[in-house]
Design a protein around this ligand. Structure first.
Ligand code: SF4
Length: 719
């Protein structure tokens, strides 16, 4: 039996659960991953991604030396590099000098708003902190954003408006201590599998009542007391009808509403029209089930709300999230163990990247960029002359590419993101990317975005560097170097610090914002000194177990649940909602509604999982179709099908399954050969700027085998 040279404890790089991993290392290679019983977020559990999905680190397609294009790109004529022959390997000095020179030239000739950056929900807190520091402190632009914009921006907007804070309020494992769990728009057993396992355990072993709100018959529906299969995009009428019943039946907590909320009277009047019978017509959920859901949730002593992207990814995403937040404000199911408002954050460090200020409207710690006091604070922290930092917010992820061109964004820095898989309406996004003058991509692989880059900077993987991730329940946990960086790859923080020093030199500044970090712990200490919520967190304190912010002092134990003493905004606010219009209604030509999402075996744009053995477990894109719809279309399980929207089409095999509901089809978004986002709509929520990913009118037509880009078929039963 192979014995490990050493065992290194770290944190999973995939989802927001933040599972603790013990990496067994032999000969500088991970040969086994174990889940320690004292891993506080996973207690000995791992899903297939954490246990078997880390071999992307040594995939032969990984890029491990800096690359520069042989032919410089011309604006408006950008073409993808078709092979490595289109690039030349260069030294780090050459690559970073070129990046510094081009970014500084764009800044000098066109000003701060000509530059923008994508941070990464996969990178560490320290990496993300340095990226936003570099663009803000050196280029005076707040156009630094990341994919939180695409998953939970509407959660942030709604929670900020309703209670003044946007993070998950409680700890996911408190589901074992609740009475009722309501899970909305979250396929938890595939997207947050370990939390999904604890929800199943809560039902099976603790008698917790589970209410599942989802258009698909996801696995959790089999464990649910109630499954409410609403039509995609009808969250507002459904949750407003639940609120209507709670108010009508007098099941709300009048003392809590009086003492801790404002706006109830106007809200109650707005809810009058959302009768269960009206909601049944528009959502498809029986009125009796809506009433029963209201009774179960409101009459419990402790009840938890969990939600995912099925609540957030709509052009009315903020209203959608407000509609579920109202239930907690009505019943007072907050501020105690086993209660709360719990948005399940998707990526491993999407909470942390947001906390670090990789959002165009806030600095680290959610200090508003529009507030001059915030600017003054960060000018002191970064040793900048007073007045350096602007108070005008920057561009969001969904605005950056649209602004590309001679009058807008000319220089774009993409760290660990793949917008040409994640943006809606991809064909148009690709056209926008072609307008960028100078594109830098910092990643592990030349993904769909990387092939358009002028300079590619090879980053170290999570297992080749130190740092911290913050999981979905606000726990800051250590990431530890277990392997030597492959080839010449470097940690993102080290690349950024080196680049920032070169930019400062080229700008000829007579001060420095400070970039001489020897270890990411020094970066963390800078954050902790500047942001009150992290003041008590140090690498020493999280050596064994992470801490949940806020941790205001070195002797504070961390905060497993929030709002025990009220909301940050003082009182929770109700919002009188109306029934939102669909931005693109179904029609005779496009009669089905397409939802998109993840599969257990894959992760987002597939940059990691499709370079792992996991790809062999689920090697092909599919579209899930209900048997009734399949029969009407003359489609059998495994047949090629063309799925078309008003923007494009893809050909995939049909998976005929009762997991789909009639009229609703599901397309996973991991597969470049059938990219779901070629079909999605780029209309965004006006407040949160999150796209309308979850309800796209489409049509389905039988297609010939020859039209399949990926003809692999995995017969039923393998999964
Ligand atoms: Fe990693 Fe999430 Fe799976 Fe845990 S549940 S092993 S964090 S992907």
């Amino acid at each position: 039996m192979l014995r490990p040279d050493r065992v290194v404890r770290t944190t999973c790089p995939y989802c927001g659960v933040g599972c603790t991993l013990d990496l067994h290392i032999h000969d500088d290679t991970i040969y086994e991953v174990q889940a320690p019983w004292d891993g506080v977020a996973n207690r000995g559990l791992l899903c297939v991604k954490g246990r078997y999905g880390l071999d992307f680190i040594d995939h032969p397609h990984r890029i491990t030396r800096p690359l520069v294009r042989k032919q410089p790109q011309r604006a408006g004529a950008r073409t993808p590099a078709q092979s490595l022959d289109d690039w030349v390997e260069v030294s780090w000095d050459e690559a970073l000098d070129l990046v510094a020179e081009r970014l500084v030239r764009i800044y000098r000739e066109h000003g701060p708003r000509a530059l923008a950056a994508y941070g990464s929900a996969k990178a560490t807190n320290e990496d993300n902190y340095l990226l936003q520091k570099m663009f803000r402190a050196l280029f005076q632009t707040h156009s630094v954003d990341h994919c939180a914009r695409l998953c939970h921006a509407s959660t942030v907007a709604a929670l900020q408006a309703a209670i003044g804070s946007a993070a998950m309020s409680n700890t996911a494992l408190e589901v074992l201590e609740t009475e009722v769990a309501l899970v909305a728009g979250s396929n938890t057993t595939e997207n947050h599998p370990v939390i999904g396992a604890f929800i199943k355990r809560a039902v099976a072993e603790r008698g917790v009542k589970l209410i599942v709100v989802d258009p698909r018959r996801i696995e959790l529906a089999d464990y649910a007391t109630l499954w409410l299969p609403l039509k995609p995009g009808t969250n507002v009428p459904l949750f407003s009808a639940i609120a209507h019943v709670i108010i009508r039946e007098g099941w709300y907590n009048a003392d809590f509403v009086r003492e801790h909320t404002v706006g109830f009277e106007e809200f109650a009047r707005a809810m009058e029209k959302f009768t269960p019978e009206f909601a049944e017509q528009v959502t498809g959920v029986p009125a009796a089930d809506i009433i029963e859901a209201a009774r179960l949730y409101a009459q419990a002593d402790r009840a938890m709300l969990f939600w995912g992207m099925g609540m957030t990814q709509f052009a009315h995403g903020t209203a959608s999230v407000l509609s579920i937040v109202h239930l907690a404000l009505l019943t007072g199911h907050v501020g105690r163990v086993g209660t709360g408002l719990n948005p399940l954050r998707g990526q491993n460090n999407v909470q942390g990247a947001s906390d670090m200020g990789v959002l165009s409207s806030v600095y680290p710690g959610y200090m508003k960029v529009s507030d001059p006091a915030s600017a003054a604070h960060w000018e002191r922290v970064w040793n900048l002359p007073p007045g350096t930092l602007p108070t005008e917010p920057g561009l969001t992820v969904t605005e950056i590419l649209k602004a590309a061109g001679p009058e807008g964004v000319r220089g774009l820095y993409v760290m660990g993101e793949n917008p040409l898989m994640s943006e809606p309406n991809l064909a148009e996004a690709e056209e926008h990317l072609r307008q960028v003058d100078f594109l830098v991509v910092q990643d592990l692989f030349l993904n769909e975005t990387g092939v358009y880059a002028d300079v590619f900077l090879p980053a170290a993987s999570f297992a080749e560097k130190d740092g911290t991730f913050t999981n979905t329940d606000r726990r800051v946990q250590r990431v530890r170097q277990a392997l030597s960086p492959r080839g010449q790859a470097r940690p993102d923080w080290a690349i950024l610090a080196d680049l920032a020093r070169r930019i400062e030199a080229k700008l000829g500044l007579d001060y420095t914002a400070g970039w001489d970090y020897r270890h990411p712990a020094e970066i963390w200490d800078e954050v902790a000194a500047a942001v009150p919520a992290y003041r008590g967190i140090s690498y020493d304190r999280i050596e064994k177990v992470g801490l949940q912010w806020p941790v205001p002092s070195p002797d504070h134990p961390g905060t497993p649940f929030l709002y025990a003493n009220g909301f940050p905004s003082g009182k929770g606010r109700f919002f009188p909602l109306d029934f939102p219009e669909a931005p693109e209604p179904a029609s005779r030509q496009y009669p089905f509604t397409m939802t998109t999402g993840r599969l257990l075996e894959h992760w987002h744009g597939g940059t990691m999982t499709r370079h792992s053995d996991l790809d062999a477990l689920y090697p092909m894109p599919i579209v899930e179709v209900h048997p009734v719809d399949a029969a009407a279309l003359g489609i059998a399980d495994g047949d090629p099908v063309r799925v078309s929207s008003r923007r494009g089409s893809v050909v995939v095999r049909a998976r005929v399954t009762e997991k789909a509901t009639p009229g609703v089809v599901f397309l996973p978004f991991h597969f470049a050969e059938a990219a779901a986002n070629l079909l999605t709509l780029d209309v965004v929520d006006p407040q949160a700027k999150i796209p309308h990913y979850k309800a796209t009118p489409v049509r389905l037509d039988p297609a010939p085998e020859a039209a399949l880009v990926n003809p692999v078929w995995m017969p039923r039963g393998r999964r």
